[in-house]
Ligand binder design. Structure first.
Ligand code: PLP
Length: 606
């Protein structure tokens, strides 16, 4: 486990059990050993054929863990609750989940259900997100916030007002000054009084990758002058009582509580000023940014980690808001946060298989090359002299000289091959000889390439797009020392489709030999953003999905939902092809070819 830093990034949800498999602790540290869910058993249940009691799904497999989501949500709430009680703060915490992080129906429904006792709500950033949030929140707590962020046209605003008229606790957050006119006009037209929030563009700037959201040049929010102008306009319209919330978002993965306190403190001053100007302020919405420890280092020195936990985060927020409000004698507001990554990253594990790995040398010299005598005869004089020098240096144990002659011989033979004077077998023999020399000298590249049955572009898009690292670990054999180092090459024909950077600054991953049988790896902490950002590169669809809940039965778990991954036909339809029409057209061309029809249907999943 320490080799892969599982205790660092995985605690309290993932551990290695006595079988050497990764197990899920669905209720965090409080999970008794007999309730741990062995991921290999989940794989077996999901992939065994139906006739053998399995679900007949194919890998890759996304395992959703609703118990973990529940535990995360409760932990976040309790961290704020604790900070509020210990600081004698005069109001409460009431979070929302930004659905953009993962709009999967079951995740959003779970958040609403698990969050109902805490009045947990939702944040939407588009009309489609608003619709799904409205529909889910009809089953949530009546006090839960429905925060409307993002670009807003008149339709969006009308929909948000409609939500308000249905008694959903909806707040329209102005991201741009111009949105105010549409809100005022539409609310007058529909006869619904809005509750308005303002997104402030803070001066506090986060310097990490996600920091471009923040600072004076940030893309979103209102400047100080715009905030004042909105407040004055609302006052003129006798609508200052509608302005009740101040929002900001410093950026994702806030590295330190120092930066957090600075940003929250600045926003709390704006909040107090708006209260002084007569707005009916009652909520400060601190946005997202609660970070995840992807590399297990628990340090702000790395972009892939943060140097605080939930308790420190909540404590810093509560103290910063309280300090500003107490100085200005302003009543403590409800604290709302929009933590996405921190809420849903742990709730799923993507499991895939390494199906093969290349050996360091493809085959021995004798099996691919001509016999050594013939090999020498075919070499031109200069190459033969390199060969002889190489052998003489080897005889004298002059290893550095050996390497020089081996490289020289290889390059010369490549040139001769390009000139058409050296055959394919001879070039292969030279390659093999040089690999052998490199191995003997200990300078051969020991890193193998493991082929994985996954598309990086579908399942880990942030790895490719923004260099985000996720913990990737074999989910079994962890009681055996891995003997190999490898990188992972995906199914796509794209040279970017490989995982060759790993947490802890490693350029390869310790792996086990694939000795027949399956070798399964897991990608962890990918529950936020990856599913919806993933694309159909090479028309590889996403994984099969199972929802796995802890249960008291003999296997400790129950699969409550199983969905096969998209078929070839689904992927083709996404690009507006018509698989059924394809079959007909190809069938006509092939004439009466039942075997062809059957194989096409199987391939398309029809
Ligand atoms: N709120 C807003 C306005 C955002 O833009 C984002 C993400 O970018 C979030 C919340 C969620 O942030 P995180 O996932 O870092 O918690």
């Amino acid at each position: 486990a320490s080799l892969y830093r599982i205790d660092g990034w995985g605690a309290p949800y993932f551990c290695v059990n006595s079988d050497g498999d990764i197990a899920v602790r669905p209720h965090g540290a409080a999970t008794p050993a007999h309730q741990e869910i062995d991921l290999m058993k989940v794989v077996k249940k999901a992939t065994d054929p139906k006739s053998a009691g399995g679900l007949g799904l194919r890998l890759p497999l996304l395992v959703r863990l609703p118990d973990v989501l529940k535990h995360r949500l409760e932990s976040l709430h309790h961290a704020f609750d604790f900070a509020i009680r210990s600081n004698v703060y005069g109001s409460r915490y009431q979070g929302v989940y930004p659905v953009k992080c993962n709009q999967d129906r079951y995740i959003v429904e779970d958040v609403v259900e698990f969050g109902a006792p805490f009045r947990f709500g939702l944040e939407a950033g588009s009309k489609a997100e608003l619709l799904l949030a409205m529909s889910c929140l009809t089953r949530g707590s009546p006090d839960a916030f429905l925060i409307c962020n993002g670009y807003k046209d008149e339709e969006y605003i009308a929909l948000a007002l409609f939500a308000r008229s249905m008694d959903l606790n909806t707040v329209i957050v102005l991201e741009q000054e111009e949105e105010l006119n549409t809100v005022v006009d539409t609310s007058q037209r529909l006869g619904v009084r809005p509750v308005i929030g303002l997104r402030a563009k803070l001066r506090t700037k986060h310097s990490g990758h996600f920091g471009s959201t923040s600072g004076e040049k940030g893309k979103f929010g209102l400047t100080t002058a715009q905030i004042l102008s909105v407040a004055r306009k609302l006052q003129r319209l006798d609508m200052l009582d509608c302005l009740q919330l101040l929002h900001f978002h410093i950026g994702s993965q806030i590295p330190t509580t120092l930066l957090l306190s600075d940003g929250v403190g600045e926003a709390a001053q704006i909040y107090c000023e708006l209260a002084r100007l007569g707005a009916a302020m009652r909520v400060i919405d601190i946005g997202g940014g609660l970070g995840i420890d992807y590399d297990g280092s628990h340090s702000d020195a790395s972009d892939m980690s943060v140097g605080y936990g939930l308790d420190e985060y909540a404590g810093a927020v509560v103290r910063a808001v309280m300090c500003a409000c107490d100085r200005k004698l302003v009543r403590h507001p409800i604290i709302c946060s929009e933590s996405g990554r921190a809420l849903v990253s742990h709730q799923s594990v993507l499991i895939f298989e390494a199906v093969s790995s290349n050996a360091t040398r493809a085959a021995p010299l004798s099996s691919v090359g001509p016999n050594p005598a013939l090999f020498l005869d075919e070499l031109a004089d200069d190459a033969r002299s390199d060969y002889n020098n190489l052998m003489a240096a080897a005889y004298r144990s002059e290893y550095e000289t050996c390497a020089v002659y081996a490289n020289q011989l290889k390059q010369r033979c490549i040139d001769h091959f390009k000139d058409g004077v050296l055959g394919l077998e001879h070039l292969a023999a030279v390659d093999d000889l040089c690999d052998l020399v490199a191995e003997e000298l200990g300078v051969a590249d020991p890193v193998r390439t493991y082929q994985i049955n996954l598309s990086l572009f579908a399942s880990m898009p942030d790895f490719w797009a923004i260099g985000q690292l996720f913990p990737v670990v074999p989910i079994h054999h962890l009681d055996q020392q891995p003997g190999v180092k490898g990188i992972l090459s995906d199914l796509t024909c794209d040279s970017d489709g490989k995982v060759d950077r790993f947490i802890g600054g490693q350029s390869s991953l310790p792996l086990h030999e694939i000795k027949g049988g399956e070798y399964c790896l897991g990608m962890f902490l990918g529950g936020a953003y990856q599913e919806v950002l993933g694309g159909l590169h090479n028309l590889f669809g996403g994984p099969s999905v199972v929802r796995v809940a802890q249960s008291d039965g003999p296997h400790c778990f129950a699969v409550t939902l199983a969905v096969p991954g998209p078929s070839c036909a689904d992927a083709l339809r996404a690009m507006r092809h018509e698989p059924e029409a394809m079959i007909t057209a190809l069938g006509q061309r092939a004439g009466e070819c039942a075997a062809g029809d059957a194989s096409m249907m199987r391939c398309l999943g029809l």
